[in-house]
Design a protein around this ligand. Structure first.
Ligand SMILES: C[S@@+](CC[C@H](N)C(=O)[O-])C[C@H]1O[C@@H](n2cnc3c(N)ncnc32)[C@H](O)[C@@H]1O
Length: 744
């Protein structure tokens, strides 16, 4: 296949369908007679009305396609009940015959937003560097390209569109064909999409190479242009907006006939917030704070092999990579190793990864740094950094072993040669990952590459297993050993503040049993272990759990137990095990939380041997002083990934009444809010038969889904939000950690 003569972007964009107002399209005869519906004695009338309703439902295309405004403004009640022709809530809402949604509904707003995003993306520049540098016009076998070729209806050489992307590529035979076909294609409608034609790399970018660094900085650290104090203010106000969703959604989800909880009533006094947002804790260091950077390998806008960050989103057609030299969150040392790797790749015999075709060898470089204890890392110099771990991610499947081994050897030499004398030691690990996403799974194969060290640095044993390679850092004077795939907060000094805050809010004491849910390498539980009776850590990444055990050992901490499992698989049974309750007791809504707590304490006194021995086995073989009756205070600190806690974990935490306090640490306030809706929405007096109609859940917002789930939560005492505080671990970016205390 020859060089593409010219590439042109195809960008289909949706057109807005006209929507009709609900009043103009609904037939007033649709509602069943209200008196018949309200007279349960009159079965004949009721069944006739029901039949009529059923008929109408099956016949009338507009049934429940508009939201009932009466239901909305009267605290989720409407005298028409189930017979109302309008939808009672988003869950009941059906799409209109023209496939649009009631314009006042969440779904319509979401669709509009998506449409706006799509339009924005279309009007933004496509920077698909692979398509220019490396062709990108061969069929992936999916048949989608043949289909695309058919529907274009203009002469061209190749056409390709990748699944999930909003853009496609067309290559023409010559300039003349490109001009005439582009003219015919631009603005053409296919289905309900309109095609926009643009250059693959905008001409303005080709000319201005200075745009490169400026845009990496904007893409990775979009707040860097602001003073740090202003960044904090901005984060605080955006968190407030997100937190208000908790109040709104819990109010909406509050069952009929149940009074609104105190915290919702009081929210009016604090501007609709579910509780006070007490403030935002600043990061102790603002520049070069990241102890871990994942650099992509790809092509710059000028077509140069580059190790850095992507300038935008793959789906929107941006794969160009820019050097990280101007990103203030990246340390000098990380930048240095990215540059060494980039120089090495200019002469490598193996190709860089092509995101468009999913082929190539070199994919990613991760640089992890470990500090010495008590040192504030100086981002400019290398002071305070004791170790560096380099992880190179490759996809080796279709390459010759001998060639790969030779390249790895050259790479090791390049890193050592590039490192200056003051660079810390360099364990080099290779991850082999064939998947499409750049995120290699935690169990992707690892191989340790031997590195000949600079003078004065101890040599690494060539027989060392890659799984034994670890980097070290310190939190609250405890030493943490971290394996290559284990999670560790990227801003260690700010993480110290985060964990201390969570500990302070958890009201810990010697009688506390602390569940550290999603515990990673054990950071939270281990730093708080001296303040509690016992810690139970739950984590699904096996390497991280090994690290947690090792970290307990090297810090001499004994009152901990770490469990390698998905929290959703073990949370319920662990709570029952440690709260010493049967499933029947937990499920019994007639036993209140307090009664259950005292019952639990007395049962554990009587049952000491059984439970005590389990505790002793796992944690305190010497003093054996962690018997169940000590644990009058059961607390969970949860620190889940961005998606939040699994619904099964939420259900377990909510329905075990012995758990009175929960501290939620979140890197994604949207998922915290969704989980909190389920934790805090009051139970109805009696569970109604669940609405099993899950059609449309894909279109629901996370809050809408949470409301939906809250309906089927077993009857249980709800938590209430007590206070919230933000901790900034990610200066110059919009991200921030949020800590929230829930009690009941
Ligand atoms: C945000 S990290 C927090 C780790 C730890 N608390 C810390 O601060 O170092 C989330 C952790 O949850 C783990 N994780 C993700 N899904 C999980 C699940 N379903 N069950 C248990 N752990 C999970 C991840 O492996 C990761 O270590």
């Amino acid at each position: 296949m020859g060089e593409p003569l010219s590439n042109t972007e195809l960008s289909p964009s949706k057109t807005l369908d006209p929507t009709n107002g609900p009043d103009s399209i609904l037939d007033s005869n649709l509602t069943a007679p209200q008196d018949a519906q309200l007279n349960p004695e009159n079965h004949d009338v009721v069944s006739t009305a029901k039949r009529k309703r059923d008929d109408e439902r099956s016949l009338h295309p507009l049934w429940k396609t508009s939201l009932c405004s009466y239901f909305r403004s009267h605290n989720a009640s409407c005298s028409h009940g189930g017979a109302c022709r309008y939808a009672h809530g988003e869950e009941e809402l059906r799409p209109r015959p023209d496939n649009t949604w009631d314009p006042t509904s969440k779904r319509a707003k979401k669709a509009l937003e998506a449409e706006a995003d799509e339009k924005r993306a279309v009007s933004e520049d496509v920077m698909m560097t692979e398509a220019v540098v490396d062709g990108g016009d061969d069929d992936d076998g999916s048949g989608s390209n043949r289909a695309l070729s058919k529907c274009l209806g203009v002469p061209f050489k190749f056409a390709k569109k990748k699944k999930g992307m909003m853009i496609g590529f067309v290559t023409f035979e010559d300039e003349e064909q490109m001009k005439s076909s582009s003219k015919d294609l631009d603005g053409k409608t296919i289905g309900n999409k309109k095609i926009k034609v643009a250059d693959v790399i905008p001409r303005s970018f080709k000319k201005k190479s200075s745009a490169n660094t400026r845009n990496v900085r904007d893409a990775v650290t979009p707040l860097a242009h602001m003073a740090y104090a202003d960044q904090l203010e901005q984060k605080k106000s955006s968190l407030m907006q997100i937190l208000k969703k908790l109040t709104r959604n819990a109010r909406k989800a509050c069952p009929n006939g149940v009074s609104l909880p105190e915290w919702i009533l009081k929210s009016r006094e604090i501007g609709g917030l579910p509780c006070k947002l007490e403030g935002i804790i600043a990061s102790p260091i603002v520049n070069g704070y990241r102890n871990k950077c994942e650099f992509s390998v790809g092509y710059s806008l000028e077509g140069k092999v580059t190790v850095g960050f992507m300038l935008g989103n793959f789906r929107e057609g941006v794969t160009a990579v820019g050097e990280a030299v101007d990103c203030p969150n990246v340390s000098t040392i990380a930048c240095k190793y990215a540059t060494i790797f980039q120089e090495f790749l200019q002469h490598s015999d193996l190709p860089v990864w092509n995101r468009f075709k999913n082929t190539g060898f070199w994919r990613q470089l991760t640089v992890r740094e470990g500090r010495t204890n008590g040192n504030v890392v100086d981002a400019e110099a290398f002071g305070g950094i004791a170790e560096v771990m380099l992880i190179v991610q490759v996809s080796s499947a279709s390459f010759d072993d001998a060639k790969v081994a030779a390249e790895f050897k050259r790479l090791s030499q390049a890193f050592v040669a590039g490192a200056t004398s003051h660079c810390p030691s360099l364990p080099l690990t290779e991850t082999d990952h064939q998947g499409i996403s750049n995120v290699a799974p935690a169990d992707a194969p690892l191989q340790l590459l031997p590195i000949r060290k600079a003078v004065g640095v101890p040599e690494m044993d060539e027989n060392t297993n890659a799984m034994d390679v670890r980097i070290h850092d310190y939190i609250n004077n405890l030493r943490f050993s971290i394996s290559p795939t284990a999670f560790f907060q990227v801003n260690t000094l700010a993480a110290e503040k985060l964990y201390s805050l969570a500990g302070d809010w958890a009201c810990l004491g010697p009688d506390t049993l602390l569940f550290d849910v999603c515990c990673g390498t054990g950071t939270i539980g281990l730093t708080l272990a001296h303040r509690v009776g016992m810690v139970i850590g739950i984590e699904m990444n096996a390497s991280a759990v090994c690290d947690a055990h090792r970290n307990a050992e090297i810090n001499g901490i004994k009152n901990v137990r770490f469990i390698c499992a998905k929290a959703e698989d073990v949370m319920g049974s662990l709570l029952m095990e440690y709260l010493n309750m049967t499933k029947e007791q937990v499920d019994d809504p007639n036993i209140s939380g307090k009664t259950k707590n005292s019952e639990m304490a007395s049962r554990s006194e009587n049952n000491n041997t059984e439970v005590g021995s389990e505790v002793q086995k796992s944690s305190t073989p010497e003093n054996g002083n962690t018997s169940m009756q000590q644990f009058k205070n059961v607390v969970a600190i949860v620190d889940p990934p961005r998606a939040g806690l699994h619904p099964t974990v939420i259900k377990a935490l909510r329905t075990h009444p012995g758990l009175r306090r929960l501290v939620y640490i979140s890197c994604n306030p949207e998922s915290l809010v969704a989980n909190a809706i389920e934790l805090c929405t009051p139970s109805p007096a009696k569970i109604e038969k669940g609405n099993k109609d899950n059609r449309g859940w894909r279109n629901m917002s996370s809050a809408g889904l949470a409301r939906h789930r809250a309906k089927s939560m077993p009857i249980s005492e709800a938590f209430h939000p007590v206070k919230a505080m933000a901790v900034d671990l990610f200066p110059h970016t919009p991200h921030c950690e949020l800590v929230m205390l829930f009690e009941r």
